[in-house]
Write a protein that binds this ligand. Structure first.
Ligand code: PMP
Length: 389
């Protein structure tokens, strides 16, 4: 009855569609490596904060920008972890990293500045979030050099003009794990500043950085940047939906007003939990998380790389490995892995044209599941080889 009344361009994400397909099939041996939800525990004792909180702080509206306690805890975290000292009016709490993206792009896209430049590859949600914010999306392909995806500044230079609202970056990058270096952020930020566009950097996976790589916070390099953070991945708190943004005071004020007319407030119990999380021993907890994932990334990359026809580098960061599989497109291999082997993974093409021939696997499972998954990738490729003969 409603056909024709609802906008038609609202497909499910690849991750959601894969999860729904697997759930409908009901396989008892499914290995869930499509989504990137952390499996480790959130900081200990967190839920106690709900019992000791004043009832009003759990059930009434919260302040628009988040509670003073949480803003102060986030400010201290930025100093301690991100080497960035911000004024209180340069910070706002939002309901999650996805909302941070939507809010940031929504306040920037206006008038003749409608273009949002996004890397290819990127998280599959980026172009959709940008379109929802009213943007015209333009992709800038990156160049793979080992595990690093370099952004070609000449190409970017041609795309950032007086119709550009924002360049949206992600470090470490979902899906490849590529980590942006300070000089890269500085040069892209400089280019944006010169054209009146904004550099928006999603730092969702800031904790997950491996080897000699270091996470660089965009705003610590360029004050004009907008840095987006979330508690979802670093603190294994995907369900509480809390993130925060740092930018200059005028941008934060616009984010506050945009929030007022959309989500209005973050959830009050979530703010209590987020405050408790940011008040834990940050360096101890986050380093534990980081080193556990570094080991998992190394083990899975090694197991996959040992399979003939699979080329898997150790990522610079992030929560995925992104191997290249010889001989076919990522989509057909991901489909076969799902239907024949019950391994849930995401076709690289979902991240953009540069992901062609790749498949994305979540690294956060236990060792045994990772070994089993690698064995099933091998079996799938053996079957494909048999069919070719
Ligand atoms: N940014 C990136 C790159 C992501 O992959 C995700 C979730 N997978 C998000 C933002 C949003 O997550 P959340 O809203 O839970 O913070």
């Amino acid at each position: 009855m409603t056909t024709g009344m609802i906008r038609p361009d609202l497909p499910l994400s690849a991750v959601a569609a894969i999860a729904e397909r697997a759930a409908a099939a009901g396989w008892s041996d499914a290995i869930p490596m499509a989504g990137g939800e952390p499996r480790f525990a959130c900081p200990p004792g967190l839920l106690d904060a709900l019992h000791t909180a004043h009832p009003d702080s759990l059930t009434k509206y919260s302040p628009f920008k988040g509670t003073a306690e949480l803003l102060e805890a986030a400010r201290r975290k930025l100093i301690e972890v991100n080497h960035l000292d911000v004024d209180p009016d340069e910070l706002i709490v939002v309901p999650g990293g996805a909302q941070a993206l939507f809010s940031a792009l929504s306040i920037l896209v206006h008038g003749q500045r409608r273009r949002v430049v996004i890397t290819d590859p990127c998280w599959e949600h980026y172009p959709r979030i940008a379109v929802a914010a009213g943007a015209e999306v333009v992709r800038v392909p990156t160049t793979r050099d080992g595990a690093h995806d370099a952004i070609d500044l000449d190409k970017l230079d041609r795309l950032v003009d007086d119709t550009t609202a924002a360049v949206l970056l992600n470090t470490p990058l979902n899906p490849t794990g590529s980590v942006l270096r300070p000089d890269e952020l500085d040069r892209i930020g400089e280019l944006c500043d010169a054209r009146g566009a904004r550099m928006v950097v999603d730092e969702e996976y800031e904790t997950f950085v491996y080897g000699a790589n270091r996470h660089t916070t965009a705003r610590a390099v360029r004050q004009s940047a907008i840095s987006l953070f979330s508690l979802s991945k670093s603190f294994a708190l995907t369900g509480i939906r809390i993130g925060y943004v740092t930018a200059d005071a005028a941008t934060i004020d616009a984010l506050k007003r945009f929030g007022l007319f959309t989500y209005m407030y973050s959830s009050s119990p979530a703010l209590v939990l987020a405050t408790a999380a940011l008040q834990t021993d940050l360096s101890g907890y986050l380093e534990g998380v980081r080193s556990e994932y570094e080991e998992k990334a190394a083990n899975l990359a090694k197991a996959l790389d040992a399979i003939p026809g699979v080329d898997c580098v150790l990522p610079e960061g992030g929560v995925y490995v992104f191997p290249r599989i010889a001989g076919a497109d990522g989509k057909s291999y991901a489909d076969r892995l799902l239907s024949e082997q019950h391994v849930l993974c995401v076709p690289g093409e979902t991240a953009g044209a540069m992901g062609r021939g790749h498949v994305r696997f979540f690294i956060g499972l236990d060792h045994e599941s990772a070994v089993t998954a690698a064995g099933r990738v091998r079996a799938m490729l053996d079957n494909a080889e048999h069919e070719r003969r």
